[in-house]
Design a protein around this ligand. Structure first.
Ligand code: DGL
Length: 280
């Protein structure tokens, strides 16, 4: 029988923080992780480029047998998900499903705040899309959302510099900017799947009463719920407990080293060239 894994996509390493939570909450399923590290970061790229790269990777995951793909990337969820769901799937893959990370997060984030003021930290693409403003407004109309783009954080993380002392300067830079927007913010959402890697540095620089919320467990819980509500998808998924990792960087040893830190378990990846994705 062909493998029918759950596909997990991110521009690079960040989605592994979500994948880790998903495997914890949904063990036993087969998974394929795809990181487009060769073309990361996506955060400063145009709408069209983010859509094109994301759709190429999603189609490749479909070709590997995935009936369901999770965009474990806020930037791709903000800039590509709607077009994929409303146009691309309908024209070529009507039986496949693609889900993002913004809506499940927006559904619950308001519950974390007492002051009803939340700070959202993300890439330039996520912030400029205004997706969090709209989605949180839908579920929590009384919550005020402040946003801050942190364009230097993903390059720091992708290049393995995030745990160096020099990273503190760049962490503080954007925290000062978001906290200057309002003194009432009591919840900071890490709206980029890379940022949990610097969560401790972020917490160390904020007052202790401010909650810093990562998305992994929220997205995983939402997926558990989705699979319960969609037996037509759940019943297709194979369950041999096999995790496979693919990356578009040819330096798989480097990917494996960093990926293991994100995933908190050993990772052994396979190279897939971004040039080969385009053909599928
Ligand atoms: N991890 C991605 C996110 O959640 C973005 C990283 C990038 O800029 O490529 O937005």
């Amino acid at each position: 029988m062909h493998q029918q894994p759950i596909g997990i996509f991110d521009s690079g390493f960040g989605g592994l923080t979500v994948f880790k939570s998903i495997v914890e909450q949904l063990p036993g399923y087969d998974y394929i992780y795809m990181g487009d590290n060769a073309r990361a970061p996506y955060g400063n790229r145009s709408f069209n480029t983010i859509h094109q790269y994301t759709w190429e990777c999603v189609q490749w995951l479909f070709e590997q047998g995935c009936p369901l793909v999770i965009l474990a990337c806020n930037t791709a969820s903000a800039k590509a998900l709607r077009t994929i769901q409303q146009q691309d799937l309908k024209s070529g893959y009507p039986d496949k499903r693609v889900l993002g990370v913004i809506r499940p997060t927006a559904e619950v984030i308001g519950d974390y705040s007492q002051t009803k003021e939340i700070g959202v930290l993300g890439t330039k693409g996520t912030v400029q899309s205004g997706s969090y403003l709209l989605e949180i407004q839908n579920f929590f109309p009384d919550i005020k959302v402040h946003q801050q783009a942190c364009p230097l954080w993903v390059p720091l993380i992708e290049n393995g510099e995030y745990d160096q002392p020099g990273a503190d300067y760049f962490v503080k830079l954007y925290l000062d900017q978001i906290m200057a927007q309002s003194q009432n913010i009591d919840t900071i959402l890490l709206a980029c799947t890379h940022y949990p890697l610097i969560q401790q540095k972020i917490e160390a620089q904020l007052p202790a009463n401010i909650k810093v919320v990562a998305q992994g467990d929220i997205v995983a819980k939402s997926l558990v719920d989705y699979l319960q509500r969609h037996p037509e998808i759940e019943s297709k998924l194979t369950k041999n407990g096999v995790n496979k990792f693919y990356t578009t960087t040819d330096d798989t040893a480097d990917f494996d080293h960093h990926a293991s830190l994100f995933f908190s378990a050993p990772v052994k990846s396979t190279f897939i060239s971004a040039n080969d994705l385009v053909k599928c």
